[in-house]
Design a binder for this molecule. Structure first.
Ligand code: BG6
Length: 490
């Protein structure tokens, strides 16, 4: 669907996200000729920089994040001609006249306000836009994470932004939903007849969802130390993946059909009590170690880290969903920084065959499993038992593999490219609705409260490993192992 003309306003327009992700994403779409000829990008910042100075900043800060082969002089000139820098103080309504002047007055032109700012000023920006007459039926607002730090703050954001924008004008970003492979999960589940009959407690033994990163906190310690892995990754990205794996088939891909189905999963998650959370959740914090053969420091020795920080950089948990489809099926969720590898994957393990007709005992059969690799090396792998060639009847695990890059040669889109296009098209399916956001916070809230009131420390783990040993014990109690622990036999 071709885009109609728009003015895209980036609050936080000279910030890290704009430079690393948003402007490169818009550039890529410009090169692909997706943007209307007169579409404009207005970068808003506090600094009193001139247009020339700002374009110089983009040249030095954002351009290095763009694939060099796509940046011809002509393409760059076309792109930068779309950009206007506007200086204002986002929390001072009296300074918005600069933005009023920069925006085109025609109401038929879609105005998108992208708030890549701290959430504490979301509501102030919305009010200021409104009081300056900048909000109409044809305006949209995009909210970047963190969308609150607990249920109360998420509710407050929803309520305050909701005073200015209708729910249908609000786009809450979870960039994981923009990833090609996450959408492929929808295709896998609802574009094939094969999986749905088996996609339930009768046939599935357990599900593992892992997002692991080799990176540490980098230069984001100020934010991260007040957040931690539970808020930064689990409450949003992991729960969104869980929703897509576990949701009932929606009636269509329409935004509310999909979002209703996800909400149902979030509301069906079994609530933790102080006892169950102590048994089913492990939190950790990285210590010094080696990643890719390079020595890396302990979290507490990262620049500006508090000496006795209790912030978790790793979480592993066993979650359960109280529905007829999923009762009794453990969903093991895990995320961490400074892990042994960088990957995001979902492993759906099926039950053991009920009886072996072969000489091999039943328990020598590897249960079937479906591994959905979100990144890197996007693909699907189905592990099956097959006969080994030759005499006799010995069965061994073999793999059916689908490599997305091999199978589909068409160019990939970065998550932000896809999500920005969807915002500009007015397509809400891949964005969280307000009630979804609140349901996710509501579920993690008892964990946050418990950790806050408890003065114990996260378990230490060496950088470059898969987290504290307690994470293996957590899954081991159920007679299971994390995928990498069984890989040699795969
Ligand atoms: C962000 C988190 O939302 O996701 C970061 O704030 C994390 O801490 C990042 O590194 C991971 O995203 P991706 O796309 O690199 O897997």
């Amino acid at each position: 669907m071709a885009l109609t003309d728009f003015d895209l306003v980036l609050f936080g327009g000279s910030g890290d996200l704009a430079m690393r992700k948003l402007l490169p994403a818009m550039f890529a779409r410009d090169v692909a000729n997706d943007l209307p000829a007169s579409a404009r990008i207005i970068c808003v910042g506090r600094a009193d920089a001139s247009q020339e100075e700002f374009l110089h900043t983009i040249e030095t800060t954002s351009k290095p994040h763009i694939k060099a082969s796509t940046v011809s002089a002509a393409a760059w000139a076309k792109f930068t001609a779309r950009i206007t820098y506007v200086s204002l103080n986002a929390t001072d309504a009296g300074t918005y006249h600069t933005l009023v002047e920069a925006l085109r007055k025609d109401d038929a032109i879609t105005k998108v306000y992208y708030l890549a700012t701290p959430p504490a000023i979301f509501s102030q920006i919305c009010e200021n836009l409104k009081s300056n007459g900048l909000v109409t039926q044809n305006s949209r607002v995009v909210l970047e994470k963190p969308l609150g730090r607990d249920l109360a703050s998420a509710k407050q954001i929803n309520a305050e932004v909701g005073k200015v924008f209708e729910e249908s004008q609000i786009y809450r970003i979870d960039h994981y939903l923009g990833k090609e492979t996450v959408q492929n999960l929808l295709a896998l589940r609802f574009g094939n007849i094969l999986f749905e009959p088996l996609w339930r407690r009768e046939w599935i033994s357990d599900v593992q969802i892992t997002i692991a990163e080799k990176l540490g906190v980098g230069n984001r310690l100020g934010y991260y130390d007040t957040s931690g892995a539970l808020r930064d990754m689990l409450q949003n990205h992991l729960l969104q993946l869980l929703c897509i794996v576990a949701m009932e088939p929606p009636t269509s891909i329409a935004p509310d059909a999909v979002r209703d189905a996800k909400l149902h999963v979030l509301r069906s998650l079994k609530k933790f009590t102080p006892t169950t959370l102590a048994q089913n959740i492990v939190r950790g914090q990285y210590r010094a170690g080696h990643v890719d053969g390079k020595a890396v420091p302990s979290y507490r020795d990262e620049p500006d880290a508090p000496e006795h920080s209790r912030t978790e950089t790793f979480v592993a948990m066993k979650a359960e969903i109280d529905t007829w489809r999923w009762a009794g099926v453990p969903f093991y969720l895990r995320t961490g920084k400074r892990m042994a590898d960088s990957l995001a994957e979902i492993v759906v393990r099926f039950k053991q065959i009920p009886h072996s007709i072969f000489a091999q005992p039943t328990n020598s059969f590897q249960p079937n499993s479906l591994v959905i690799r979100l990144q890197p090396d996007e693909g699907l792998r189905m592990n099956l038992m097959a006969k080994t060639p030759g005499d006799g009847m010995r069965l061994k695990q073999a793999e059916l593999e689908l490599d997305f890059r091999e199978s589909f040669k068409s160019p990939r889109m970065d998550a932000y490219e896809r999500l920005l296009l969807d915002v500009l098209r007015g397509q809400l399916t891949l964005f969280m609705r307000g009630d979804e956001l609140e349901a996710a916070w509501e579920w993690v809230e008892p964990i946050l409260n418990n950790w806050e009131s408890d003065d114990s420390f996260p378990l230490p783990y060496a950088s470059g490993t898969w987290g504290p040993a307690a994470a293996s014990a957590l899954i081991g109690r159920d007679g299971l192992q994390w995928r990498e622990e069984v890989l040699p036999e795969d």
